[in-house]
Write a protein that binds this ligand. Structure first.
Ligand code: DGJ
Length: 737
């Protein structure tokens, strides 16, 4: 049982082979974190890690004489207003105007397994021995509010999950104004903070900075997890790199507004808080009501960022993603968006499909433009019925024709949105999320439906199932092309407007849940103007996400590298598109485009009819290659980042099978260099004792795993010269002899 409670010392120790997390019940019945890090031996007490000092300007937590001050402890879930002067984990506004809380320990429960979270995505277990959970119950006797801090430690992964649950048991109504999912104190500030930053078309670029005294944070207030900041941070000891050093990852399983904040106080102590962004949040709790926070997943690694990422990959690939597609290699898609945009009809689509079939593509995806009078992006969102001018036989007819040609059929939707020029808006103008008397900001000429209202979600559900029930649909791309503004629901009273942002997310999750329930075999891919909602919450519903609207191979090298910090490559939608690239105007070879897109769910975003004969032959080879290797890439392999494209002109990644008998290694060089130097790449993850054959475009050597990892693999200059020019890429197959 990897969670122990030591009665005498009143300490909880959560541990497995990799990680320890120790909580102490203080003399005033509040909770302090004593340690989070590499596994230490279990023993009765770690009490010496609790420190007190008699310092000026501190308020004391118990009657004098004492030196217990909340200012100096690493509070497990810090309250506002009682002597802990850093940002709190929660605040509760009460009828008398006070925001002060004082939760004291009541009881604990340790149990095997992990409970589901009500209405929220979360990691799961399939058998009770995969994890152990601890619930610590506290109570505020003035407001009569119950607080449960939930922890789960996975048996064989360096992972601890946390969430908090509030329940109002008293007669008075209170308002939660802040309810973080996790709060963690660390004894020093000797860390760098890593986060993933971007915007449309350049999502999840890696940024790092040393911690400074004061507050540093990333957040979203967009209503989605956002392209700007991902709900993830890591704290790394100085000198930590891909292979060595301590890294503490914090990932938030949620798809709306979030805050990930690190605060360093004047004693150089660090506090991490992560949860729903308190800005604009306020949740009413009357007697019997409760509030469940989403989950934070903390990963500890003592072998650098690489191991941290692989822990996230394994957890999210196998214990967050669900359903048939979790363990099934993904179909090779062709999506018509960049091939036609809105300008298509059935004939054009079938032409594209025929050529796709010839190449070996398995699923055709019809993107935006098939419904209502959607001839451009100014109109028709919300009118989820087929445009029979473009598609005379409807989706049912088209999907049948596509099936008859030998491909599965997929469809694009954007269910949370409404265009003002739509039948839906004519009928229900009040369904639009907007604040009375205020301007309704358009974005991409569209607005957001009020998904905090169950009747709105119901109506969209009914409309879309009428289409899906009649077509033979195997895949859905669910898009979301704007952020939320003027957030206000006409269906809720003034004192509950602070709930709308979160209810919106819950409404979206509930629609996903209903559709998954009805169509368990459909493969969902989430999308938000590319990668503006690429988060663990979405992965619970959609096993893959469109990584970015930027399909340029050179940009994708960075975007996918950054995304891999947390997310498994099986979750990254990656397509070969036409050149000049529609986002950057750049021309790259079709081989380079595919070599980068292989590290994802792989597909095409172009009209194959428009390729040269040589390019089309290359596409056929690519599809064969991906079919051969996708099980390794998407399901069974471990992913390694070898060389960082954010820091170098060249970069490298690889994927290695669990038994280490098979690997793929990709080298990419951005700009060509005259008279280049030799380049040696040190591979990772191989078995030192296995003799491998390493092959790439006629180059072939034999080497043991230890050679390849320690002496390295020289990048053959002849291969570079053969491709010539900028943006060259080499795909090596590494097979045990
Ligand atoms: C944004 C997506 O990221 C694109 O791939 C495409 O589906 C368009 N929306 C369609 O409007």
């Amino acid at each position: 049982m990897p969670i122990k409670y030591h009665e005498k010392s009143r300490e909880f120790h959560l541990y497995n082979d990799e990680v320890s997390y120790i909580i102490k019940l203080l003399e005033n019945d509040q909770l302090e974190n004593l340690y989070y890090g590499k596994r230490v031996h279990d023993k009765e007490s770690f009490g010496y890690l609790h420190e007190e000092a008699d310092r000026p300007l501190t308020a004391l937590a118990v009657e004098e004489p004492t030196s217990l001050s909340l200012l100096h402890i690493r509070h497990e879930y810090a309250a506002y207003g009682t002597g802990d002067f850093k940002s709190p984990a929660f605040t509760i506004e009460q009828a008398n105007g006070s925001r002060l809380s004082d939760f004291r320990y009541i009881s604990y429960e340790i149990r095997a397994g992990k409970e589901k979270l009500d209405s929220l995505p979360a990691t799961y277990v399939e058998s009770e021995n995969e994890a152990t959970s601890l619930a610590i119950t506290l109570f505020d006797s003035v407001t009569e509010t119950k607080l449960v801090l939930n922890y789960t430690i996975f048996e064989s992964l360096s992972v601890i999950c946390r969430n908090a649950y509030f329940e109002q048991t008293g007669d008075s109504t209170v308002y939660l104004e802040r309810a973080m999912s996790a709060c963690l104190g660390l004894p020093d500030m000797d860390y760098e903070m890593l986060h993933l930053n971007g915007t449309w078309s350049r999502e999840r670029h890696i940024k790092t900075r040393p911690l400074e005294t004061g507050i540093q944070a990333v957040q979203s207030m967009t209503g989605s997890s956002s392209a700007e900041y991902n709900p993830f941070i890591a704290l790394m000891r100085p000198g930590t790199d891909e292979n060595k050093g301590e890294a503490l990852g914090f990932s938030f399983v949620y798809s709306g507004n979030f805050l990930a904040q690190v605060e360093v106080d004047s004693y150089d102590m660090t506090r991490v808080i992560m949860g729903i962004n308190p800005e604009g949040f306020k949740w009413k709790l009357s007697k019997g009501n409760s509030f469940q926070t989403p989950e934070v997943v903390m990963v500890y690694s003592d072998e650098g960022l690489g191991k941290m990422s692989r822990s996230y990959h394994q957890l999210y690939r196998t214990k967050l993603v669900r359903g048939k597609w979790r363990d099934t290699p993904r179909p090779i898609l062709l999506n018509n968006w960049e091939a036609t945009y809105f300008d298509f009809n059935e004939e054009k689509i079938l032409d594209i499909v025929k050529k796709a079939k010839e190449a070996g593509v398995e699923t055709f995806v019809l993107d935006d433009g098939w419904f209502g009078n959607r001839c451009d992006d100014f109109r028709a969102l919300g009118d989820w019925y087929v445009n029979t001018e473009k598609l005379p036989d409807g989706i049912a007819g088209l999907s049948k024709k596509v099936n008859d040609l030998g491909l599965d059929f997929g469809l694009w939707v954007e269910l949370e949105m409404i265009s003002k020029e739509s039948k839906l808006y004519e009928e229900h103008p009040d369904w639009l999320l907007s604040t009375p008397g205020r301007f309704e900001s358009p974005a991409r000429h569209q607005h957001v439906l009020d998904f905090s209202r169950p009747e709105v979600v119901d109506a969209i559900y009914e409309m879309i199932i009428a289409v899906l029930d009649n077509g033979n649909i195997s895949y859905i791309k669910w898009d979301m092309n704007r952020y939320l503004t003027e957030v206000y629901s006409k269906a809720l009273p003034p004192d509950r407007q602070g709930e709308v942002m979160h209810r919106q997310v819950i409404g979206m999750y509930s629609l996903y849940a209903r559709l998954i329930d009805r169509y368990p075999d459909i493969l969902f891919e989430s999308c938000a103007s590319g990668g503006a909602r690429f988060d663990p919450g979405m992965l619970y519903f959609a096993p893959q996400a469109w990584t970015s609207d930027d399909t340029d191979a050179v940009e994708r090298v960075k975007i996918q590298y950054g995304t891999s910090m947390v997310y498994p490559i099986s979750s990254m939608g990656a397509h070969v598109s036409a050149v000049p690239n529609h986002q950057t105007g750049r021309i790259t070879s079709i081989e380079t485009r595919s070599n980068i897109a292989y590290y994802g769910t792989f597909g095409y975003e172009l009209d194959l009819n428009k390729l040269t004969v040589e390019e089309f032959e290359s596409v056929k080879r690519q599809i064969k290659f991906m079919k051969k290797h996708r099980e390794l890439i998407q399901i069974s392999g471990d992913f390694y980042r070898i060389k960082n494209p954010f820091k170098n002109n060249d970069s490298a990644i690889m994927v290695v099978s669990k038994d280490k008998k098979e690997a793929l290694f990709t080298y990419f060089q951005t700009l060509s260099k005259p008279n280049p130097k030799f380049t040696r790449i040190y591979l990772k993850g191989l078995d030192e004792n296995i003799l491998y054959t390493v092959k790439c475009e006629g180059y072939e050597i034999e080497a043991y795993g230890d050679d390849l990892m320690n002496a390295g693999l020289p990048i053959d200059l002849a291969l570079i010269k053969k491709q010539g020019g900028d943006y060259i890429s080499l795909m090596y197959e590494i097979i045990a002899k």
